[in-house]
Design a protein around this ligand. Structure first.
Ligand code: CMC
Length: 445
């Protein structure tokens, strides 16, 4: 029996209290409540029963940036920020980058298991054969200004895809559901490459079904008039590895946006367009661009000490360092770094920024200011250098991120729809505005 004034959040509160539970005393009323703890989490709704009396709505939790709120249960991506661990479906990112491909990783994220040889062949085949877009999508891309931002072009054409595939709104139709997933993963590189060619005023290049996912993308970017573009295998592999690294990163801003918008049961093209929009923001997808600008400003290795002094005096930040979750080396940075040399060698570029980046990293890691604060290089410290070596303009960097993240967005969208706990995302607010004011006629204000 519960003690007088003690309310259980479940039928047998003392069973829960002896095990994983939280005992909360509401000092406004003196009432004590027992709230179960499951998987290290308490349910926000268990606080609603805590009221000061009749007519009280009940206690809410306040967490404006979801900094301590899990908005779903997920089995897709595991991060241990203190240990520098990143796993997709339990597989360490290092092994996937060494041995897998982006399309195989996309399958893993979506289905939860690595594919058999037959499953992988079929998956690669269907993705490859859905890379073309309707000619009207191409024409809508052509209608943009010559200097339109490629993320703006991507955002609107991904959204426009929903008008070409209206059956995708039948979310319970399994065939349509998987067709939409396949189409989005297949067409995203095509839309990205068209946006790139549009900015350069070059004719768009249609997909080449004989090339790999990354190889075909390079062909759509760079082919000028070759009957068959042959990508350099080193560039193809480096790009594929970058895409494995960026395929998912659990509940980040754009993934949360896809889940929130998708929870309204809108079609997946519209939900993914929301993800593209969120990624467009400079606080999310834009840090690698800032790293390149910073390296340009530093200019030479001799200027590094003065630059670091400025960072320590809080004049600016060392871009590409620090992470909200990783308080140890970002495992993705270590993997990317290995590929930078290879890419520079492939393109025959002797990039002085690489020398600055390597020296900057070394000096920062030797400096107490950074080590005390657990500031280590993140994924963006080196990815911009690879993109620059690939002659990808800085405006395109976020587009390069959107291509692989599409697999993660869709895996999360799929998981959300399968989850019986899913409801439309509808946060609460703490209302702090005026109440019950009379309307004042215009001539009396
Ligand atoms: N340079 C200099 N000082 C820094 C930096 C930095 N890059 N990052 C954090 N600090 C300092 C910060 O001033 C604070 O110092 P103090 O405690 O003395 O006030 C301390 O380190 C803790 O920083 P914080 O701001 O509380 O950390 P956060 O978790 O809120 O911020 C971050 C994480 C990534 C926004 C931040 O480290 C940052 O702005 N880094 C540079 C931008 C960047 O590289 N972003 C890419 C992130 S990786 C891409 C992705 O996964 O989405």
């Amino acid at each position: 029996m519960a003690e007088e004034g003690t309310h259980g959040a479940q039928a047998e509160p003392w069973v829960a209290a002896a095990e994983d539970s939280l005992t909360v005393t509401d000092n406004r009323t003196g009432e004590t409540y027992v709230v179960p703890i499951t998987e290290g989490t308490v349910k926000a709704m268990d606080f609603r029963q805590m009221k000061t009396g009749e007519g009280d709505f009940g206690l809410m939790t306040y967490d404006p940036a979801f900094t301590n709120t899990a908005h779903c249960r997920s089995q897709i991506c595991y991060i241990d920020g203190d240990q520098g661990v990143l796993e997709y479906r339990g597989h360490p990112i290092e092994q996937l980058c060494d041995q897998s491909t982006h399309l195989e990783v996309a399958y893993l994220l979506l289905h939860g298991e690595l594919p058999t040889k037959e499953q992988l062949d079929y998956w690669v085949y269907v993705v490859t054969h859905h890379t073309f877009v309707h000619e009207n999508i191409k024409r809508s891309m052509e209608a943009f200004r010559y200097d339109a931002h490629p993320m703006g072009m991507l955002l609107s054409t991904v959204g426009a895809l929903s008008t070409f595939y209206p059956a995708a709104k039948n979310l319970d139709d399994e065939t349509e559901h998987w067709m939409a997933i396949t189409r989005l993963i297949a067409k995203m590189p095509t839309l990205a490459a068209f946006a790139y060619r549009h900015n350069l005023g070059l004719p768009y290049v249609y997909p080449d079904n004989d090339l790999s996912y990354a190889g075909n993308f390079l062909s759509m970017l760079y082919n000028i008039n070759e009957p068959r573009y042959q990508p350099d295998p080193r560039l193809e592999r480096a790009l594929d590895v970058l895409w494995i690294l960026h395929a998912d990163h659990e509940q980040n801003c754009s993934t949360a946006a896809v889940r929130a918008v998708g929870s309204s049961r809108v079609d997946p093209y519209s939900a993914v367009a929301a993800g593209v929009a969120a990624l467009y923001g400079p606080l999310h997808g834009g840090a690698n661009e800032a790293v390149l600008r910073m390296l340009e400003r530093i200019g030479s290795v001799e200027n590094i000490p003065a630059f670091l002094q400025g960072v320590k005096e809080r004049k600016e930040k060392l871009m590409g360092f620090g992470h909200r979750v990783y308080k140890n080396y970002d495992p993705r940075a270590r993997i990317i770094k290995k590929h930078v040399d290879e890419v520079l060698e492939a393109v025959g570029m002797d990039n002085p920024k690489l020398e600055i980046a390597v020296e900057l990293e070394k000096r920062a890691l030797d400096d107490e200011f950074f080590t005390e604060r657990k500031l280590y290089p993140n994924v963006d410290f080196y990815s911009g250098l690879i993109y620059e070596a690939l002659s990808i303009p800085t405006d395109m960097f976020t587009v390069m991120f959107a291509i692989p993240r599409t697999a993660g967005w869709l895996a999360q969208w799929h998981e959300m729809l399968e989850d019986p706990e899913t409801k439309i995302a509808r946060p609460r607010q703490v209302y702090t505005g005026a109440r019950e004011r009379d309307y004042v006629p215009l001539d009396q204000r």
